[in-house]
Design a protein around this ligand. Structure first.
Ligand code: NAP
Length: 286
């Protein structure tokens, strides 16, 4: 039987209507957390929340397009209006895009959704996280970040370099790790921890829209080797709830264990440069 170790806690999970995020939300609800289901489809958010309630848990659906800064701000506003605090924030919503697309804010879509939504939502919920007795931020990244050899600081929007889905994706996942390290430094001495993770290769809806060679490779790999969403959610659930990681912060995890991320991810100057660019892109001061 699942222990209800999160009884009375409020956990926000983005991308909670499918795959790893959905499995994470269901597990946290089974542990007693009130789970805020954040995703883009109002219907899927309502269905996931209803499933949790039917199983004896409690949940609130909040729908918004997280690739849009207006969407992220609206989610944060609704959370702050409804809840006195947030104990757990799992930044998980993400995708890979076959073609270069721009978000509503004119930002390359992978960067906007996979990185800037984590960055902005976390900032907008910091006061709510500070209001909790202890709080955890969990950033779902990927070992795909190891593929980045150089950060194209002068062309994060893929305007001059040719757009490649995997390059844009791995860059956004590197940004998740570097954001985690830079935020952990800023949160030192507080009761808020922040960690990043690789969930493994997981059979979800991820990559469904990829065509061509990458789409084929992806589908073959997923069908042969992938973990189930429940298996893929284990490290997210562990970081969001396990007592043994209550004090751990600024680490990268895989299969519920810390491991080294890419050498580039530890470059502090690059982390700070990314932080400054991200803050400017989402119009946050400092
Ligand atoms: N699957 C893997 O092998 C793998 C490996 C490494 C890392 N990851 C990471 O794991 C995380 C979860 O991915 P997954 O594999 O579970 O994929 P998934 O099944 O496609 O789930 C992605 C979730 O994000 C939501 N979402 C997508 N675009 C959105 C938007 N614009 N606004 C709000 N929500 C949006 C989706 O909503 P809908 O339900 O409406 O689609 C869904 O709930 C991602 O950050 C991904 O990078 C996955």
């Amino acid at each position: 039987m699942t222990q209800r170790t999160l009884e009375g806690r409020i956990a926000v999970v983005t991308g909670a209507t499918s795959g790893i995020g959905r499995a994470t939300a269901l597990a946290l609800a089974r542990m007693g957390a009130h789970v805020v289901i954040v995703s883009r489809s109002p219907q899927k958010c309502a269905e996931t929340a209803a499933q949790i309630v039917q199983a004896g848990g409690s949940a609130t659906p909040i729908a918004a397009d997280l690739s849009s800064q207006r969407g992220v701000r609206s989610v944060a506003e609704q959370i702050r209006a409804r809840f006195p605090r947030v104990d757990v924030l799992v930044n998980n919503a993400g995708a890979i895009f076959g073609e270069r697309r721009l978000s509503e804010d004119g930002i390359e879509m992978t960067w906007a959704l996979n990185h800037l939504s984590y960055f902005l939502l976390t900032h907008l919920l910091l006061d709510a996280l500070k209001a909790a007795p202890t709080a955890r931020i969990v950033n779902v990244s990927s070992d795909a970040h190891f593929a980045v050899r150089r950060i194209p600081f002068d062309d994060l929007n893929f305007e001059r370099q040719p757009y490649r889905a995997f390059s844009a994706y791995s860059l956004s996942k590197l940004a998740n790790v570097m954001f985690t390290y830079a935020l952990a430094r800023r949160l030192e001495g507080t009761h808020i921890t922040v960690n990043a993770l690789h969930p493994g290769a997981v059979a979800t809806n991820f990559g469904r829209e990829l065509g061509g060679w990458w789409g084929w490779v992806f589908r073959v790999l997923v069908s042969r080797f992938a973990l189930s969403p429940e298996q893929g959610a284990q490290t997210s659930i562990y970081l969001a709830s396990a007592p043994e990681v209550a004090q751990q912060s600024g680490l990268y995890f895989d299969r519920c264990k810390p491991k080294r991320s890419s050498p580039l991810s530890y470059n502090r100057d690059a982390q700070e440069r990314l932080w400054a660019i991200s803050a400017e892109q989402v119009q946050l001061a400092g």
